[in-house]
Design a protein around this ligand. Structure first.
Ligand code: PEP
Length: 236
């Protein structure tokens, strides 16, 4: 089964680390798994990827193309660096005040710019009302053409960076809501990832959930462990 793994490096690392990550990842072989690497913007130029299974992504994108946008990075600039994906609406950005409307603008701008949005959704507390996820998904894809390619990352906020992992049944319950909603809106080119404290000890069990891959945070920086997960997923 084809799977996707997205590495979110967040605000970590330095040139030396990313140079060694790129060197190693350029050599790995995968059959059915693709990888998207999302470094901090300032290191994009170090990611000269020579492995067809690996693409470049970013952790956020501007919601506008207006040049009067101090501190923002436009899709055009990302296109120049061959960026193909952007995480949108990560919970760490939502916590800074990013709302559903802004996320929807970013999703639409990604699609107009040939960048696939990786839209993060997830409840803050365990067993929180499922309406929240449905609202997050509906509003993120509002007025987005249903022929667009999109990726949804189900990331329960309580599992991100905490070491606490939902059961496969719990993930399936939430993911099936997302899947039903996307099908009802007649999207047919989408993947659904799981993210939150995935590591070498739990990924194999989590693969039993109805997901198309993982969004990885902390473990992306531990190269040997990251590679074990990539190989394990590819061989599953
Ligand atoms: C994330 O921040 O998207 C994430 C999945 O982090 P971690 O894997 O560290 O929980």
């Amino acid at each position: 089964m084809r799977k996707l793994i997205v590495a979110n490096y967040k605000m970590n690392g330095d040139s030396a680390l990313y140079t060694s990550i790129v060197k190693k990842l350029n050599k790995i072989k995968m059959l059915d798994t693709s990888v998207v690497l999302c470094p901090p913007f300032v290191y994009l130029d170090l990611f000269r990827l020579k492995n067809k299974k690996i693409s470049l992504g970013v952790q956020d994108i501007s919601n506008q193309i207006n040049h009067k946008s101090t501190g923002q990075i436009s899709p055009h600039m990302l296109n120049e660096f061959s960026v193909k994906y952007s995480i949108v609406g990560h919970s760490e950005r939502r916590a800074l005040g990013e709302n559903d409307d802004l996320i929807n603008q970013k999703v639409k701008l990604c699609i107009e710019s040939d960048i696939v949005p990786i839209i993060c959704v997830g409840e803050n507390e365990k067993d929180e009302n499922v309406d929240l996820i449905q609202n997050q998904v509906s509003s993120a894809i509002s007025k987005v053409k249903r022929s667009s390619k999109i990726i949804l990352a189900y990331e329960p906020v309580w599992a991100i960076g905490t070491g606490e992992i939902p059961s496969v049944e719990y993930i399936n319950k939430q993911v099936s809501l997302v899947r039903k909603l996307l099908k009802k809106k007649r999207f047919n080119d989408f993947l659904i990832l799981y993210g939150g404290s995935v590591d070498e000890d739990n990924y194999a069990n989590l693969l039993g959930a109805d997901i198309d891959g993982f969004l990885l945070g902390g473990v992306s920086l531990r190269l040997d462990e990251f590679l074990k997960i990539v190989k394990g997923v590819d061989n599953a």
